[in-house]
Write a protein that binds this ligand. Structure first.
Ligand SMILES: [Zn+2]
Length: 419
C-alpha cells in the first residue's frame, strides 16, 4: 500500500436514498446537510454583500487540481480552493477563523492561569436605540474603550491591582432597540479574585463616565450597570462561556436564527434573509458590512508584551484572518479533480451536494451524482477518467482496486491537450 490516495468507503446510505433529499424543484426537504447549508448561505452572502470577492470563496481553484482530502476523523474537505478570509461576513471563513482564534485564546488563558494570573470577563456596553447608524455606535464603543485605556484613574488602578492586559472581542447584534455593538473583555491581573471584582467595578465607573460624557448619547441616556456583567473565567466552564459568546459556529450550525432577547447576529440576519429576503434585512447586512470594514474582531493589549508573555514560544507569527482561512489542514488526499471539472461542478452550484454525497456515500456515489447532474465522466483506463469535452483526471473510482497515486502517474504520463 504505497499510495497516498485512499479509497473512501461508503459510510451511510446508498446513492438512491441520498438523492431523495436532493431538492428537485419544489421537492420538500426534511433536512439540509451542513455542507449544503453553508454553501447556500455563502451564495446568499455573496449576493447581498457589496464585497464581491466573497462569491469566489470556496469555489476558485488555486492550482491545477482541487483535491478532496479526508481528516483523521473521517471528515472530507476540499484543498486547493481559495478562501476569502472575511471573518465578519463569510459564514465558512468566520467559522474557521473563530475556531482558530478560540483555540489560541484558550491556550493563552491556560498559560496565564498556570502562572497565577486571575481573569474576569466584563461586557462594556453603551445605550442604544432604534435608528442610530451602526457606524456611530461602533465608533463610540471603540473610542470609549481607547479612552478607558488612557484614563488617569485607570492608570492608577492598574498598578494597584497588578493589571496585565485585556483581550477584547467585539460582538454586534441587532434587536428591537436597533444595533447593539458591544465588547466582551477579558481582564487579566495578578491580584486576588475579590480584588479583581473591585477593579472591574471601577472599570465600569470609568467606562460609564467616558460614555455618558461623550456627548454622543441622546438626552437622558446613561450607561447601565445592569447591562455590565462581571464574571470569573478561571474555570473551564467560564472560559467556554466566553468563547461561546463569539463562537459563531453554534448559531450557523443550528440552521435557524434563535429569537434571543439580545437580538440577531449578522449570521442570523443572513439566515433570515436567505429564507425570506426583505429590503430591510438587506439594508442591515450592507450597513454591517460597511461598519466592520478593516476592523479587528479580537485584539490583545499591546502594552507590556502582554500577548507574547502567555503565548507558547513555538507558536508561529500572528496570522491574519486570510492566512487562517487559507491554512492547509492535515489530511489524506482521496481524490484529485482537474480545474475544468471543478469549475463545472461550481457552475452547476452543486459543490455542497457533491461533497455531501462523497462524505456519506463514498466516491462511487459521488461520481454517479455527477453523472445525474449531466457531467459525464468516461473511464479510460483504470485510473483516469475523461469527460467528453475537455479532460479531467481523477483518482480511480473502483474501490476494490489498489489506488495508483495520481502524482506518480503524472510524472510518467503527459496530460492530454485540451480543445
Ligand atoms: Zn470566505
Amino acid at each position: 500500500m504505497c499510495s497516498k490516495y485512499k479509497a473512501i468507503q461508503p459510510k451511510g446510505a446508498a446513492l438512491d436514498s441520498i438523492t431523495d433529499v436532493v431538492p428537485q424543484g419544489k421537492t420538500k426537504t426534511a433536512k439540509i446537510p451542513a455542507k449544503v447549508h453553508y454553501r447556500r448561505l455563502k451564495e446568499t452572502a455573496a449576493d447581498v454583500f457589496i464585497q464581491k470577492r466573497l462569491g469566489e470563496c470556496g469555489k476558485r481553484a488555486v492550482s491545477t487540481t482541487v483535491t478532496i482530502k479526508e481528516t483523521a476523523d473521517g471528515k472530507i474537505y476540499t484543498s486547493g480552493v481559495w478562501s476569502c478570509g472575511r471573518a465578519w461576513l463569510c459564514p465558512t471563513c468566520a467559522l474557521k477563523v473563530s475556531q482558530h482564534r478560540a483555540e489560541k485564546l484558550l491556550s493563552f488563558v491556560e498559560s496565564a492561569s498556570r502562572q497565577g494570573v486571575t481573569m474576569m470577563m466584563i461586557t462594556p456596553t453603551i445605550p442604544h436605540h432604534q435608528g442610530t447608524p451602526l457606524k456611530d455606535l461602533f465608533d463610540l464603543v471603540r473610542e470609549s474603550f481607547r479612552a478607558l485605556t488612557k484614563n488617569k484613574r485607570f492608570a492608577a488602578a492598574k498598578k494597584k491591582y497588578g493589571f496585565e492586559g485585556f483581550v477584547r472581542s467585539t460582538e454586534i447584534t441587532h434587536g428591537k432597540n436597533g444595533w447593539h455593538p458591544h465588547l466582551h473583555v477579558l481582564v487579566f491581573a495578578t491580584c486576588e479574585p475579590d480584588e479583581l471584582t473591585k477593579f472591574c467595578e471601577l472599570i465600569f465607573e470609568i467606562w460609564s463616565d467616558i460614555v455618558d460624557r461623550s456627548g454622543k448619547l441622546k438626552k437622558g441616556q446613561k450607561c447601565s450597570r445592569k447591562a455590565y456583567n462581571i464574571s470569573p473565567v478561571n474555570s473551564k466552564e467560564g472560559m467556554s462561556n466566553y468563547l461561546n459568546k463569539w463562537h459563531i459556529g453554534n448559531e450557523i450550525a443550528s440552521g435557524q436564527s434563535k429569537k434571543s432577547t439580545s437580538g440577531r447576529s449578522v449570521f442570523q440576519i443572513l439566515q433570515d434573509y436567505h429564507q425570506n429576503p426583505t429590503a430591510k434585512d438587506k439594508r442591515l447586512l450592507q450597513e454591517y458590512e460597511k461598519a466592520t470594514k478593516n476592523k479587528q474582531q479580537l485584539t490583545y493589549s499591546r502594552a507590556g508584551n502582554f500577548k507574547a508573555k502567555y503565548t507558547d514560544q513555538e507558536e508561529d507569527q500572528e496570522k491574519t484572518d486570510f492566512d487562517i482561512a487559507n491554512e492547509k489542514k492535515e489530511g489524506k488526499p482521496t481524490l484529485a479533480i482537474t480545474r475544468p471539472l471543478w469549475n463545472k461542478i461550481v457552475k452547476l452550484r452543486i459543490v455542497g451536494w457533491f461533497l455531501h454525497v462523497y462524505q456519506v456515500s463514498g466516491q462511487r456515489s459521488a461520481r454517479k451524482f455527477l453523472v445525474r447532474k449531466g457531467i459525464l465522466p468516461v473511464a479510460l483506463g483504470e485510473d483516469i477518467l475523461y469527460t467528453k469535452d475537455g479532460f479531467f483526471r481523477m483518482h480511480v473510482w473502483d474501490l476494490k482496486k489498489e489506488i495508483y497515486a495520481i502524482d506518480e502517474y503524472l510524472k510518467t504520463t503527459p496530460l492530454p491537450k485540451t480543445g
